[in-house]
Design a protein. Structure first.
Length: 175
């Protein structure tokens, strides 16, 4: 099974693109578990929550992969531990060693990095409306330093989807 991750800064179109891409290919989709976790948290999050979110993200991804391993050639992930790693480094000055290790070791076939060239939309869980371009650069630098295969997607929704489809087809048809 091939795995494609949609990643990038807040409000850069990750969730929409990941859902659209999974729908196009008719394959399973792994949602961003941080959103679900934070929606039910009855206090401000702290550094320890990031490890719990990371573990939940991995567990959900592994469950979706196991459920559909024989039936689907592809799994589309709305983010992965790279996002949680960068979140920890940005917010707390570090990331849990387990998150760092998993970021380096978990296998994916392609990361689609969303450029934040779409309008910011308020959401109570979002924290960085004026820092998206800098964070985009952090994501790109991190992907490069880890030697990950990635491509940048940008533009309006249909343009992003068309590019993501073409890039994903390149991964799913590769042997």
């Amino acid at each position: 099974m091939r795995k494609v991750v949609i990643t990038g800064a807040e409000c850069s179109g990750k969730s929409s693109l990941s859902e659209d891409l999974a729908h196009y290919f008719g394959v399973p989709w792994v949602p961003e578990m941080a959103r679900q976790y934070l929606e039910v948290l009855d206090r401000p999050y702290d550094e320890s929550d990031l490890l719990r979110i990371a573990q939940l993200q991995v567990r959900t991804e592994d469950e979706r992969q196991a459920e559909s391993y024989l039936a689907a050639p592809l799994l589309v992930c709305d983010t992965d531990l790279l996002t949680i790693r960068i979140w920890g480094e940005e917010k707390f000055g570090r990331s849990d060693p387990w998150i760092v290790q998993q970021t380096e070791e978990r296998p994916y076939d392609l990361w689609l990095l969303c450029r934040p060239d779409i309008p910011w939309v308020y959401d109570p869980q979002r924290e960085n409306p004026h820092d998206r371009d800098r964070l985009f650069a952090v994501y790109e630098k991190t992907l490069k330093s880890l030697g990950k295969r990635y491509a940048i997607v940008e533009g309006e929704r249909s343009k992003r989807l068309a590019l993501a489809i073409a890039l994903t087809k390149g991964v799913t048809t590769a042997s």
